[in-house]
Structure formats: C-alpha cells, structure tokens
Design a protein around this ligand. Structure first.
Ligand code: MCA
Length: 504
C-alpha cells in the first residue's frame, strides 16, 4: 500500500538568495545601524559592525592560507565574537565544524581524525591546544578572545572574494552520533542552511523587528542552524546568553524587548514560573519530545502556546506546528515550506518510518558512502524516527527505529557509552538504556556485568564513573550504574533492553 505522503507546502524559491551570508550581507547593507547581536561581554553589535567584523575574520583566515572548502573547527561558548567568526568562515567559503566544548579528548580525536580540519577557532587555549594536538598535521589556530585582528590594510579585505558560495557548496560539517557508536559528519550545504532557515522564517513570521533570546549552545543545529542562521536570514537580532538560567531569561526578555525564545523541553520545564514569557510573540520547543502536560502548564501559567517543531542535524527543520492554527500537543505539526514528508514500512497501527525530502536535506556523511547509501531511499532521507499522521495531517513521533536516548535535548547513543564501559577490564558486558526523567526527559542508565576479577561493587561503580568522566561529555554519562549478574537476552542472544526498565 502506498504510504501516505504530504506534498510540500508550496514555498517561495528558498534558494533564490544562494546562501545565508549573501542574503544577510544584503540585509545588513540596507540597515547597517540596526542591532544584530547582544552579549554581556560586548553589549550590542550592529549589522554594520558585524559585517565589518565577519569580513575581518574572513581576511584573517585568508591571510593564514585558508581557502574555500577548507574545514575549520569552532569550539567556543556562545558569544557575538563566535557568531562573527562563524559568519566570516561561511563568507569565505570555509566549512565550519562546530564542536561541543564539553567533548573529551577521546570524542575530539574521532572528529579531528574524521574531519581533517586545517584550522581551529576557540575561546579556550586548552581546547585549541587539545584539537591541534589531536591533528595529524599542524593547524592554524585563531583565538576568539580578542576582537578579530584585521589581517592587513583594509584594501586586502576589498580583494576578498566573499559571499560567492552557491547552494551546492559545502558549508557545515555537523557530527551526529550514530547507532554504531562513532559519530558521522553530516555535510550540510549552503543551500541546506538557507532553505532550513528560510522555511522557519516564513513559517514563524520572523521579521527584522524580531529579537530572539538565544540561550542554547552554538555548536548544534538548534542554537546555530535555527537560532543564529534564522536570525541572520530574517535580518533580525538575537540576545546571546552564555548559559541558560531562568531568571536571566526573564530579565533578558524585559531588558531587550525580546519577541521570541527557543528552547528544549528541559529548559521550558524550568521556565513555567517566568512571567516575562507572556511578553513574547513566540516560544519554540524542539530537540526532544515536549510532554503534553508541560505544554498545558506553560499555556496556563504564561499564556504561551508552545510551538513544537521537529528537526535533525541531517535535515535542519522538517515539520512545525502552525504559527496560525492549532499547536497540537504531542505532535510536531506539519511539513515546513519546501519539505515533503512520507511514511515507509507502514505497520498495522499506521505508524511507519518518517522519510523526508527537500532542499533542507543534506547530501550525505563525510567519507561514509555506505552509511550515506543506507540513509536514503530513492532520494528520500530515512530519519530513523517512527511516526504517524493524524486525520488533519499532523505528524506524531511515536518512537525511534534505532536506539537513542535524548537527555536534556542532547542525543546519546547507548552503543557509544556501552563501548566505553566494555573497555574496562572489570566489565564483562554492559547495556545502556534511557529511563523517563522529569527533568531531562530521559536519563542515561547503565547495567554492567562485572567480570568478578575487578574491585568490589561500590568501588567498581566509582571506578566506572571516573572512566565515564574521562571518556564522555557530561550529558552522555549514566546517571545510574547498576551492577548485575547477567543481562536479559532473547533466544537469539540479543539483549532485551525493554526488560531493563526502572523497578517500582
Ligand atoms: C546538564 N546536565 C545534564 C544535561 N545538562 N545531564 C544530562 N543531560 C543534560 N542535557 C548536568 C550537568 O552535567 C550537571 O551535572 C548538572 O546537570 C547541572 O548542569 P548545568 O550546567 O547547570 O546544566 P544546565 O545549564 O542546567 O543545562 C541544562 C540545559 C542543557 C540548559 C537543558 O542540557 C542544554 O543546553 N541542553 C540543550 C542541548 C542542545 O542544544 N540540543 C540541541 C541539539 P553535575 O551537577 O553532576 O555537574 S540539535 C537537535 O537536537 C536537533 C537538530 C533539533 O531538532 O534541535
């Protein structure tokens, strides 16, 4: 039976402006005095100042020999300077590799080895040295701290070929863990970034008058691909927060007359008492399922009908609840402009694997032809998520084909954690699952079968907690480690993880 599919919402030509840098440069030239970015370190940066600073960054990168297509690692806390450097790299045609500043050397080693960057931008000398040390070749190091030093006299910048990229040119390499445990680099083009940003600019009525409070990390698609790129594509402004704190969100909304907020459900669960949310035009939730109860509580206490949307590193944004119209709790809404969604391998309950197609969908994983081939069917990207459409065409995500734990909006693949646990000589076997958690949505929980030759129970757990802290970023570390004599297995010997549920 043909699986139901929804035709793409007719969209303006999402690629008409060719790239986000080119679109943004024209918007900035038209309104140079308009506020663009705010952070606590610098205060406001206007569009004209951001144009100049991103141009200086591009000149500094070019002066160090970086060329179009070269990959540049960016590892830094959220700041206006980071956005300027990121924009400068995109304007020069470099490929940005955003990296979580909490990554351990093990996690960084994999990305540096796979991405083979030629440069690193960081706000932390330790991190820059770590990245450089992990590279098989010397890297160009650019410090984010000082406002970018101009590479040479202004006329050097004049000769720079900026904003020349075409939609098919590579722009960003985003590492997304995979069921195999080692992360793959999703290669996003300028066209993907532009289509992904303009789809939500159109769907969410984003205008230059809008101001986003952005308290998300800028090394993932949510904060960077939607928050920063959406702001640039709309010619709007953003208030950048280094860390998320509920009181600060409320104060930022009031102080800066903000109109929008993006967040993951864990953030919204802490914002139910923040009255200032009432002043916003739009609150968007994503990166993890939004509990219907939280949706209701926020509506009751802040008047905000949270808008839940669905995205992935490989596709940016796929679907969204409508701006005008019912924002249906427990659903991720309808296909965004330019995006087609269909279900495959339909089950009797009419759920199937969610497949997407559109200019937002990446071309493949870097140097992984098999993984790329397996990810597509006739030009449709297989998301690995299970979903169903209701009678009005709203998409309900009902599960995942592959194992995935989403903790506070971060993706955690059990296999990566299990591989690290199994490295310890006192561990015979391990299984990692996600347990429902009020605060995090899901929490990472590990079951370990000791070899019996290792330390006693308590000290084994402490030993393994230390191992996790060395090898894994904080959000991947199990919040509970249970020792067990054996793991439940089925007739084929496969671990039955559904039997590893919380007791009581
Ligand atoms: C912090 N902790 C966590 C997490 N965050 N534990 C598990 N999962 C987490 N996500 C731990 C810390 O290690 C610390 O542990 C304690 O909680 C408090 O830490 P703190 O730094 O205060 O945490 P926080 O500031 O409260 O962070 C919560 C947070 C953060 C703001 C929700 O997790 C966050 O920024 N999440 C967003 C991630 C994101 O950007 N996802 C988008 C991916 P201890 O006390 O032991 O030291 S992109 C994506 O998913 C797709 C494309 C999409 O659709 O968006």
């Amino acid at each position: 039976m043909d699986s139901p599919s929804l035709a793409a919402v007719p969209a303006t030509d999402l690629l008409a402006d060719r790239s986000i840098p080119r679109r943004w440069a024209a918007l900035a030239a038209a309104r140079p005095a308009s506020p663009a970015l705010f952070d606590d370190e610098r205060g406001w940066t206007t569009a004209g100042e951001l144009e100049h600073e991103s141009r200086s960054w591009a000149a500094a990168m070019a002066a160090r020999g970086l060329q179009r297509g070269d990959r540049i690692v960016m590892a830094a806390a959220p700041s206006s300077a980071l956005v300027a450097a990121h924009l400068g790299a995109l304007r020069l045609g470099l490929v940005v590799v955003p990296v979580n500043t909490a990554y351990t050397s093990r996690e960084l080693a994999h990305i540096v080895g796979d991405a083979t960057p030629v440069a690193v931008v960081s706000d932390d000398a330790r991190c820059a040295k770590l990245v450089t040390g992990l590279s098989a070749r010397p890297l160009v190091e650019l410090a984010l701290g000082a406002r970018c030093q101009k590479a040479g006299p202004a006329d050097d910048e004049g000769e720079l070929a900026l904003d020349r990229c075409e939609p098919g040119d590579p722009a960003m390499l985003v590492y997304t863990s995979g069921t195999t445990g080692s992360p793959k680099g999703a290669l996003l083009s300028h066209g993907n970034l532009l289509a992904g940003a303009l789809a939500v600019v159109e769907a969410w009525r984003w205008t230059p008058e809008d101001r986003l409070v952005l308290a998300l990390p800028l090394f993932h698609v949510h904060g960077l691909g939607v928050g920063v790129h959406g702001t640039l594509a709309a010619g709007a402004s953003a208030v950048i927060r280094r860390r998320f704190a509920p009181v600060d969100i409320g104060e930022s909304i009031t102080r800066h007359h903000a109109t929008m907020l993006f967040g993951v459900p864990t953030m919204y669960s802490r914002l139910t008492g923040v009255e200032e949310l009432r002043r916003l035009r739009l609150c968007v939730s994503g990166s993890a399922p939004l509990p219907a109860g939280l949706h209701r509580e926020l509506a009751e206490r802040t008047g905000q009908q949270l808008l839940e949307r669905y995205g992935m590193s490989e596709t940016l944004m796929n679907t969204s609840n409508p701006y005008d119209g019912e924002r249906r709790p427990g659903t991720v809404g309808l296909p965004l402009p330019g995006v087609e969604v269909r279900l495959d391998d339909l089950r009797p309950d009419s759920a199937g694997e969610v497949l997407v197609r559109g200019p937002n969908v990446f071309g493949g994983y870097l140097a992984r032809p098999e993984a790329t081939a397996a990810a597509f069917s006739d030009g449709w990207f297989r998301t690995g998520d299970l979903g169903s459409f209701d009678e009005d065409g709203y998409l309900h995500l009902v599960g995942r084909k592959a194992e995935l734990v989403i903790s506070g909006g971060y993706n955690v693949y059990p296999r990566e954690v299990e591989d690290v646990l199994r490295c310890h000589p006192a561990v015979a076997d391990a299984a990692v699952v996600g347990w429902p958690d009020e605060e995090w949505g899901e929490q990472v929980v590990a079951f370990v079968v000791p070899t019996g030759s290792g330390p006693a129970t308590d000290s084994l757990v402490e030993t393994l907690e230390r191992l996790m802290a060395e090898q894994l970023a904080f959000y991947k570390r199990p919040k509970q480690i249970h020792l067990t004599a054996e793991l439940p297995r089925n007739a084929l010997g496969k671990v039955v993880k559904s039997a590893l549920k919380p007791t009581g």
